[in-house]
Design a protein around this ligand. Structure first.
Ligand SMILES: *Cc1c(COP(=O)(O)O)cnc(C)c1O
Length: 428
């Protein structure tokens, strides 16, 4: 390979992989093994000291998963990446080295429903907490940060409403506060947006969605930019001071830009065990090969359908960031110039009841709690994914009772239009 930076399309196919050194296999094999034979006692000791990079045990490292980690780090422009068993696991893995009892994060009100629940209730069991703020109100974001805040968290294109975050503005606030910005880039993918270019420190993904792209894998990843100075304050002792959980190693001093990634493997995966399996990693590697082609088609279909739905008599609102009517249209050229993704909501004039009828009448669109599949998908968040939220929280999250979320697939756009049209008519 040359030193000239390669195109995204090339990296999506080649980054992180090479013909298998043992067999010449061209596609990355599924290394279905738990453990790896040490050459000798010195080799084993060097691996455990992180003095040499290699394979010990598949809870920590595996060649198939490692190839995927390297590929995603290259696509996001990060220093390193750690794959995890799911997107939600990745969120915990991102927070784990930063947090401690009594510490908090500041997060956007516009989040995936499961993330909202994870941050509202579940992280409290660890003694962590989250303050939710409207990320369009930059003063409110600043005001929510206190001495115990250890990270800011948001989504690039927020699920479910087509909201686009002004990542540069939020990153500047994180910078001033000396804390990392964590961006969930699931719905944009690095093809549409690279949050690190906009100042993010950490990027998390649910690989379950567009990255794999066909609804076959549950997986996640944390990518580290390698740019944050963990030692600039005493806020991040797991990285800047001797880590008692890893025989007193000072990760930042010893590993520099790879500190967060190595901590994620050597302590995070070792002790939390939220590891991705090699078969899942293999499917995701193959999915990523066609990510640029798929995202272009997702965006093309979403743009066509969003503009058409906006004129449909049964529809009262369409929240696609790429529409001229969207308050976030001006952020598209800045944050995701190749398009505003393929996930948006429509509101039906007939309210809650029309929504449930509409979902029931669709034939090509599958009614599932998923998004980012090659197939078009639909869900009524208020009765499903956002059911745990109060009505006020549902509205704040863009999941009001009269709102249906569409994840536009890569089928023929006229077929999708016909299906939507017949179901809207059936809904009355
Ligand atoms: C699906 C999703 C998650 C959670 O990912 P899992 O792989 O289901 O655990 C987190 N954030 C966003 C934006 C998602 O779409």
């Amino acid at each position: 390979m040359t030193d000239t930076p390669m195109d995204f399309e090339t990296l999506a196919i080649h980054a992180g992989t090479e013909p298998d050194p043992a067999t010449g296999a061209r596609q990355v094999p599924i290394y279905q093994t738990t453990a790896y034979v040490f050459r000798d006692a010195d080799h084993a000791a060097a691996l455990f000291n992180l003095a040499e990079v290699g394979y010990i045990y598949s809870r920590l490292t595996n060649p198939t998963v490692g190839a995927l980690q390297n590929r995603i780090a290259a696509l996001e422009g990060g220093a390193g990446a750690v794959c995890c068993s799911s997107g939600h696991a990745a969120q915990l893995m991102a927070l784990f080295p930063l947090m401690g009892p009594g510490k908090n994060i500041v997060a956007s009100t516009r989040l995936y429903g499961g993330t909202y629940t994870q941050f509202t209730h579940t992280i409290k069991r660890f003694g962590w907490s989250c303050t939710f703020v409207d990320f369009d109100d930059l003063d409110a974001v600043k005001a929510a940060i206190d001495d115990d805040t250890r990270a800011i968290f948001c989504e690039t294109i927020a699920n479910p409403g087509g909201y686009i975050t002004d990542l540069d503005a939020i990153a500047a606030i994180a910078d001033d506060a000396g804390i990392p910005l964590i961006v969930d880039n699931t719905t944009a993918t690095p093809y549409l947006c690279k949050p690190i270019d906009h100042g993010a420190t950490l990027v998390v993904h649910s690989l379950t969605k567009y990255m794999t792209g066909n609804g076959t894998v549950t997986g996640g990843v944390v990518v580290d930019s390698g740019k944050f100075d963990w030692s600039a304050s005493d806020k991040f002792p797991s990285l800047s001071q001797p880590e008692p959980a890893y025989h007193g190693l000072t990760f930042h001093e010893a590993l520099g830009p790879m500190a967060f990634t190595f901590h994620g493997i050597a302590v995070g995966l070792r002790d939390l065990g939220m590891t991705m399996n090699p078969q899942g990693a293999h499917y995701t590697l193959m999915g990523i090969e066609t990510l640029p082609l798929r995202m272009d088609k997702h965006v093309e279909n979403a743009e066509a359908l969003a503009s058409w739905l906006e004129t449909h008599p049964a529809v009262s609102a369409v929240t696609y960031g790429g529409l001229d009517s969207s308050p976030y249209k001006s952020r598209v050229s800045k944050i995701c110039p190749k398009g505003a993704g393929a996930l948006f909501t429509i509101s039906l004039k007939g309210g809650y009841e029309a929504c449930t009828k509409f979902v029931g009448a669709l034939k090509l669109f599958s009614h599932v709690a998923n998004l980012g599949d090659a197939r078009s998908l639909v869900i009524h968040p208020a009765s499903t994914t956002h059911r745990q939220l109060t009505p006020d929280q549902q509205i704040a999250a863009g999941a009001a009772p009269d709102t249906v979320r569409l994840s536009i697939g890569i089928e023929g756009v006229e077929d999708l239009k016909a299906d939507l049209d017949q179901a809207l008519k059936a809904a009355g």
